[in-house]
Design a protein around this ligand. Sequence first.
Ligand SMILES: [Zn+2]
Length: 341
Amino acid sequence: MPSTKQITLDAPLDMHLHLRDGEMLENIAKGSAHTFSGAIIMPNLVPPVSTKEEVVAYKERIINAVGNENFKLYMTLFFKPSYDKDFLESVKDEITAIKLYPAGITTNSEGGVSGFDVEELRPALSAMSELNIPLCVHGETNGFVMDREAEFVFIYEKLASAFPDLKIIMEHITTKESVAALDKFENLYATITIHHLLITLDDVAGGMLQPHLFCKPIAKRPEDREALLKVALAAHPKVMFGSDSAPHPKHAKESCGCAAGVFTAPIALQLLTELFETHDALDNLQAFVSGNAQNIYGIIPLAKTVTLEKKTFKVPSDYNGVVPMYANEKIAYSIQEVKNG
Ligand SMILES: [Zn+2]
């Protein structure tokens, strides 16, 4: 007689992940690799990953850090308008997507794009479109912090109509405006984080400042979270889970000048299961954490099943020196078993 409630997820995918480099990579990579079948790896290192040699070398360092875990790396390059078709053809087999950052908008994005002139971007984006390489975008302007994403929707729409065959992924969307854009253009898709489904700006700054919930894009208003929940819980076919898990050392978060980023990778599946259960939407979790991403990217993930059970999990105070979201708090679901193959 089954006494505990269980759910088994098939090949969970994290479609937006920061694994960093060096010591941090060594400290945190296994946390994702253990419970996820694969992840889209963000390229914002110093310097950013922007050549074939760099992407191959970074992949190798991640493979070393991951050890024996069965974990597929979907690598990305840091977008530069100077990428031409010859270059993209030469690197195509090493990458799954290319990530565009507006200049200076988040961690290590100083070399990003500063104007969004379609003609200036046309050679690179047309070539990506022809080669079927998706474009992942961190969509924020340099405007007022709460309005940056909503202002950027205009740029998403401009790019989506100028390059109708280019798959454009609006990364880590946080606003009702971005949710609305999904249904306006066939070639716009989105990732959504777990933290933006759970928190609003109130949780970050409404009481005492919570540095471990501070991220970019900043958490928004309750109505924005509602809009995100609506499409995530329904597993709208154009949205997929991307944690945007972004570790920083504890001292960089608990300091004067807190770095932006929420570390969720090792607790993401537990939190998602709890959230979807709370909203009576567990039937849609599989599509949100894997199925939709497979369809959008056209990928067949490595076989891995993760069983979660309804058993209280106390979130550790840190993972190798990195403080996770909800440190020392309790989640209703625990990882019970991970099976490879
Ligand atoms: Zn990110």
